[in-house]
Design a protein around this ligand. Structure first.
Ligand code: PSU
Ligand code: MN
Length: 303
């Protein structure tokens, strides 16, 4: 039997065909410092609720994959240190061992599909790292989008990445990259990236229809919705550039590799911007939660 447990609220919503939005947990354990991580996790759940959907934060606790956490479970995860960061490769091993771990975008998509949830909100997806031609560091998030039928709402790939290469890989993998309400690809903390988004949509209803149609025409995989951070919360890309360069240089000097790269860079950028990057990150996740809830609402209506 699959060690999967829905929270009572999520189970009830799914049984009734009500809108549900999956949320990831790596952003809580590896993406934000305490206590902002738990404050954000709660605020994001509240956004989903006020937009008329039920939030399902995904995590592995004691060898069980949870779809929907209680308030106590959320607190426990946010306060824990040395939590494992689980991607596709790690999931079954950690479930076998009875371990605890936070799910990345890739693992959250897998969990969402298993749990029967079609929409997922996060901050930014992983992608092709700068220097990937030497390091081969390409996030498993991209492969997952190619094979798991979940619509993921993010503020674009994180600006620490090589954005043109990330778009190229997504194109190769057949993943629709849909900017919401603008022509340009948003870049996480900034609304602009200087790159045209491959696709654009302007309503949650359209995004929900495309999600349905993908399944009907037999295409595997999901959709990436690149939702720009609200104007009042963004940090212009030019302001971030030197900070990102510095953080990348330090990561290289210190030999940071593999799973540690993204958490290291996010933490250093937080320190170097004196918290401004975190404030923007929190705002964009909440914004993504609202759009995801609207898409989940449209999908529920079309069922
Ligand atoms: N979005 C955020 N903060 C994060 C992440 C996303 O705002 O910390 C996490 C997600 O879990 C994503 C991971 O899957 O970063 C990417 O890690 P990597 O580059 O090692 O694949
Ligand atoms: Mn990586």
């Amino acid at each position: 039997m699959i060690p999967l447990q829905h929270s009572p609220e999520v189970a009830e919503a799914l049984a009734a065909g009500a809108p549900v939005v999956a949320l990831e947990s790596t952003i809580i354990t590896h993406g934000m410092p305490y206590p902002q991580n738990i404050e954000t996790a709660r605020a994001v759940e509240a956004e989903v609720r006020s937009a008329g959907a039920v939030p399902a934060t995904m995590a592995v606790l004691g060898g069980t994959l949870h779809a929907g956490l209680t308030s106590d479970q959320l607190t426990e995860l946010a306060e824990a240190t040395h939590v494992a960061k689980l991607s596709r490769a790690d999931l079954a091993v950690h479930l076998t061992r009875g371990g605890t771990g936070a799910t990345t975008v890739a693992a959250t998509m897998i969990a969402a599909r298993l749990a029967g949830i079609e929409v997922f909100a996060t901050g930014g997806i992983g992608g092709v790292h700068r220097g990937a031609e030497l390091s081969f560091d390409i996030s498993a998030d991209l492969q997952e989008l190619a094979q798991t039928a979940v619509t993921v709402v993010a503020a674009g790939p994180k600006a620490i990445l090589d954005l043109p290469k990330t778009l190229e890989v997504l194109e190769t993998l057949g993943v629709p990259v849909i900017a919401y309400g603008q022509d340009e690809l948003p870049a996480f903390w900034s609304r602009g990236s200087g790159l045209a988004a491959p696709l654009r949509m302007d309503s949650a209803a359209e995004i929900a229809s495309a999600h349905r149609l993908r399944g009907m025409i037999g295409l595997p995989g999901g959709q990436l919705i690149a939702n720009p951070i609200p104007v009042e919360d963004e940090i212009p890309a030019a302001d971030l550039l030197p900070v990102i360069q510095q953080a990348l240089g330090e990561a290289e000097d210190q030999g940071i590799a593999a799973k540690a790269v993204t958490p290291f860079l996010l933490q250093r950028i937080f320190e170097l911007t004196e918290g401004a990057s975190l404030t923007a990150n929190i705002a964009l996740v909440k914004n993504n939660a609202r759009l995801a809830a609207a898409i989940a609402g449209e999908l529920a209506q079309s069922r």
